[in-house]
Design a protein around this ligand. Structure first.
Ligand code: SF4
Ligand code: SF4
Length: 274
C-alpha cells in the first residue's frame, strides 16, 4: 500500500464524518503566523475543471499548462489518468503560484482542493464502485495550520459557499459520471488509445477543440450550429461535450448522435464484408 492509499484507508476508517450541517471553527488571513505554509510540498490532484480555470487565468494553452505545471503519476491500480500540480524544486517545494507577500496569485481560479482546505471530501466508492457508503466530509488538521485556533464558526455548507465551490462541484459531478462509470466494475481497463482519449478530453482541452473543429468529426456526428458556436467560445461547454463524447466513445452510451448517412454507410460496409 502506498502513502496515498494508506491515508485514504485511514480517513475511511478513523476520521469523524461531517455533513453539510456540521460546524467547525476556522479563519485564514494574511496576518496569521502560518500564512502560506499550506502552499508547499502538497499533493494537489487537478480536475479537468481546475485545469480549465487555471490555464485560462494564466492565458496559456492546455498543452503549455500541462507541460509547465503538472505531473502525470502512473500507478498500476489507477483506472484512468490523473494530473498533479507540480511543486517547484525549491528547498520547501512551494507551489509555483504562491507569493510570500500576497499568497495565492491565482486566487480567483485556485483549484478545488485549495478552496476546500481544511475540509476534505472522501468518496468511498472511488476505489470500489459497488460500495454502498456515501461521500462524506472530514477535517484536515495539519499541525502547522493555526486557522483551527481562530474562533470564526462555519457550517460545512457555509464554508463551501464562501469558497465558491458550487461550480467546481457541478463540473466535478459530471467528471465523476465518467471516471467512476459502472463500466469500470468487474476490473475492466481502458486500452492505451482510450487512455489517450480520456486524457485529451479531460485535461488537454485545446487539443480536444482541434479534434472537433479541425477534423472530419462534425461531418460524422450531429452537433447543431448553436452548440458548435457555444463550444468554440466557451471552454466549459466544450468540456461538457467532451464528457458526453467519452460516455459515447468509451462506454457506448447514446449521448452523441451519429449522422444517418454515416450510419447507413457503416451498415452497408458491414453487410458487404459479412
Ligand atoms: S496553514 Fe491554514 S491558516 Fe495558515 S495560511 Fe494555510 S490555510 Fe490559512
Ligand atoms: S494554487 Fe494557490 S492556494 Fe493552491 S497551493 Fe498554489 S498558491 Fe496555494
Amino acid at each position: 500500500m502506498n502513502e496515498m492509499e494508506r491515508l485514504k484507508a485511514e480517513i475511511l476508517r478513523d476520521y469523524p464524518r461531517y455533513t453539510e450541517d456540521d460546524r467547525f471553527t476556522f479563519r485564514c488571513h494574511e496576518q496569521i503566523s502560518c500564512f502560506n505554509k499550506c502552499c508547499a510540498d502538497v499533493n494537489i490532484f487537478l480536475s479537468p475543471y481546475d485545469i480549465l480555470r487555471m490555464k485560462n487565468h494564466l492565458g496559456m494553452t492546455s498543452e503549455q499548462f500541462l507541460e509547465d505545471y503538472t505531473l502525470m503519476p502512473t500507478d498500476q491500480h489507477q483506472k484512468y489518468p490523473v494530473v498533479l500540480l507540480e511543486m517547484t524544486d525549491a528547498k520547501d517545494k512551494h507551489c509555483p503560484f504562491v507569493s510570500d507577500e500576497t499568497g495565492c496569485t491565482i486566487y480567483e481560479d485556485r483549484p478545488w482542493a485549495c478552496r476546500m482546505y481544511p475540509v476534505g471530501l472522501a468518496t468511498p466508492a472511488e476505489d470500489n464502485p459497488a460500495a454502498k457508503e456515501k461521500d462524506f466530509y472530514f477535517m484536515i488538521r495539519d499541525a502547522f495550520c493555526m486557522g483551527h485556533e481562530e474562533d470564526k464558526g462555519w457550517t460545512i455548507r457555509e464554508w463551501l459557499r464562501n469558497q465558491g465551490v458550487e461550480t467546481y462541484d457541478e463540473m466535478g459531478k459530471r467528471f465523476k459520471e465518467v471516471a467512476m462509470h459502472k463500466w469500470f466494475e468487474n476490473g475492466k481497463d481502458l486500452s492505451p488509445q482510450q487512455i489517450d482519449m480520456f486524457f485529451t478530453v479531460c485535461y488537454n482541452l485545446d487539443t480536444f477543440r482541434r479534434m472537433i473543429f479541425q477534423s472530419s468529426f462534425l461531418e460524422k456526428f450531429e452537433v447543431d450550429e448553436t452548440h458548435q458556436e457555444q463550444m468554440r467560445r466557451d471552454d466549459v461547454e466544450l468540456l461538457k461535450f467532451g464528457f458526453d463524447w467519452l460516455k459515447f466513445s468509451l462506454f457506448g452510451e447514446p449521448t452523441i448522435t451519429v449522422k444517418p448517412n454515416v450510419l447507413a454507410e457503416a451498415e452497408a460496409k458491414a453487410q458487404s464484408s459479412g
